[in-house]
Design a protein around this ligand. Structure first.
Ligand SMILES: *[C@@H]1O[C@H](CO)[C@@H](O)[C@H](O)[C@H]1NC(C)=O
Ligand SMILES: *[C@@H]1O[C@H](CO)[C@@H](O)[C@H](O)[C@H]1NC(C)=O
Ligand SMILES: *[C@@H]1O[C@H](CO)[C@@H](O)[C@H](O)[C@H]1NC(C)=O
Length: 155
């Protein structure tokens, strides 16, 4: 009886801890609306953008969708590769400076958040802002914001 109680308490604590770490792991990604995301992108495009404006935009959709159309200058990092690419960026293996802010978008904001979280949870990104678009790429298209077809594949 007493043992069962102890087991139950231990399980409850483990569950609580798991929930807390799940909440923490998404808290470093800032979900932003479409107009804010566009403003960040626009600022990054200005000639002589300042360091704070110099953001790495990541399209975390599959490569086939990226090739059809994407946010100009965004790199393609399909969400399933985000963890690997985040580590490569952190070690500067892809010519991307990990001291730059990162902004992800996808067809679903939840995927953008989880992909960008692979960056946010790395120590190398502890001091930068990691954003995720709280909308879909099709909302960007509907808003008639610029798109392009060619670009850098991020991995
Ligand atoms: C950007 O910086 C370069 C080099 O510092 C300078 O020659 C150029 O005039 C600047 N352009 C603008 C639009 O400020
Ligand atoms: C912006 O980022 C690019 C690529 O990482 C880098 O070459 C450039 O020097 C950066 N510019 C500023 C103003 O930080
Ligand atoms: C994200 O978008 C949804 C749906 O439009 C909205 O309800 C929610 O408040 C937004 N979240 C943030 C953090 O902006």
């Amino acid at each position: 009886m007493r043992q069962a109680f102890v087991v139950a308490v231990v399980l409850a604590l483990a569950l609580l801890q798991a929930q807390q770490s799940a909440a923490q792991s998404t808290s470093n990604v800032k979900l932003i609306p479409l107009n804010t995301f566009y403003s960040l992108w626009k600022a990054s495009q200005t000639v002589n953008a300042t360091r704070a404006q110099n953001i790495t935009f990541l399209d975390v959709r599959p490569k086939t969708l990226y090739q059809l159309s994407h946010v100009p200058d965004a790199r393609n990092v399909p969400s399933q590769d985000a963890k690997k690419v985040a580590a490569q960026f952190a070690s500067r293996k892809r010519g991307v400076d990990p001291t730059k802010d990162v902004a992800c978008y996808c067809t679903m904001s939840s995927t953008a958040v989880s992909a960008c979280n692979e960056f946010a949870k790395l120590k190398a990104y502890a001091k930068v802002k990691v954003y995720a678009l709280n909308a879909s790429f099709s909302d960007w298209v509907v808003a008639k914001y610029p798109t392009e077809k060619s670009g850098k594949i991020g991995h």
